[in-house]
Design a protein around this ligand. Structure first.
Ligand code: CP
Length: 327
């Protein structure tokens, strides 16, 4: 079984959440609809629902993370789970233990759910394949491969602005080659039947076969941004680059950095997104990042509701249960 097969139960419900690939429009819609029920939890006096009461969630992060790790922790705590946070420096993997042995040891301590970020593609899948059948795994980003909860919080943020995905024109800009976020977003856009998905970047940062993913590729910002509703900027992922893929940071910003001037190529009121962390003056100007069209911070906030949704769904919770609220 591959990762898209292993993540579904026999009845088609979510068992693990490893990749957008192989899912269907109904599951993506269910994740967003369930998140909708959690969106106001942060404003409640008691920010808790009992859906994961008595469950232990382990966040295993082998790469740095601000947004994903923190929002998973908040999400699990809002669902009343006990949460353990472990990062590379604090784990015995630094003494040579394998990821799988680490996960098996934590399973022996009766962990119910693992949230895993790793530099290696397939890490979360490997763990999901080898743990007991009642243990759940969520991929919080694996190498260049996938970042499915990021893609879902991005879809949710877009849905807050535009009710219908099918008429949209979206552009993903920058380092597509090394981006797990772009891969997961493209898969989600296709499942949600988005009409026009574009990628824009220098040829050195676009996969050679990128159009086989169902997108149109551009190396010119004016052409690529022409008339789009959504602009998604990506970070240059230097930690995954080998060799010199851009001439200089200044030249990259001149050609591909999103500024007020380049924003004007898009539709008036197009939204600007970025999964973070942002590099001001490299892929995005401060006027744009902090401007009225930016939904970068709403994306972060939506990460909590989406992660509450995914956590509850893989643990067998339904949207109806989710709607129950404080108990
Ligand atoms: N978008 C994202 O994955 O950010 P972090 O690396 O901070 O988790």
């Amino acid at each position: 079984m591959n990762d898209s097969e292993i993540q579904l139960n026999k009845d088609g419900t979510l068992r693990h959440f490893l990749t957008i690939d192989g899912l269907n429009r109904e599951i993506l819609t269910q994740i967003m609809d369930t998140a909708e029920k959690f969106i106001d939890f942060g404003k409640r006096e008691i920010k808790k629902a009992p859906l994961l009461r008595g469950k232990t969630v382990v966040n295993l992060f082998f790469e740095p993370s601000t947004r994903t790790r923190t929002t998973f922790e908040i999400a699990a705590k809002r669902l009343s789970a006990d949460v353990i946070n472990l990062s590379a420096q604090r784990l015995s993997t630094s003494k040579g233990e394998t990821l799988l042995d680490t996960a098996r040891n934590l399973q022996a301590m009766h962990a119910d759910l693992f949230v895993i970020r790793d530099t290696h593609a397939g890490a979360a899948y490997l763990v999901a394949q080898h743990l007991d059948p009642d243990v759940r795994v969520i991929n919080a980003g694996d190498g260049r491969h996938a970042h499915p909860t990021q893609a879902m919080l991005d879809m949710f943020t877009i849905r807050q602005r535009y009710k219908d995905f099918s008429g949209l024109s979206v552009a993903i800009v920058g380092d597509i080659l090394h981006s797990r976020v772009a891969r997961s977003q493209i898969q989600a856009f296709r499942l949600l039947k988005v009409r026009d998905v574009r990628v824009i970047g220098p040829n050195t940062l676009l996969p050679t076969d990128v159009e086989s993913l169902g997108v149109t590729s551009f190396s010119d910002m004016r052409e690529g941004l022409e008339g789009v509703d959504v602009i998604i900027m990506l970070r240059l992922q230097r930690e995954r680059m080998t060799g010199q893929l851009i001439a200089s940071e200044q030249e990259y910003f001149n050609f591909y950095g999103l500024t007020d001037e380049k924003y004007k190529f898009a539709k008036p009121d197009a939204i600007v997104m970025h999964p973070g962390p942002i590099n001001r003056g490299l892929e995005i100007s401060s006027e744009i990042a902090d401007g009225i069209h930016s939904v970068i911070l709403p994306q972060v906030a939506n990460g909590i509701a989406i992660r509450m949704s995914v956590l509850s769904l893989v643990m067998g919770g339904s949207a109806a249960q989710a709607a129950g609220g404080n108990q």
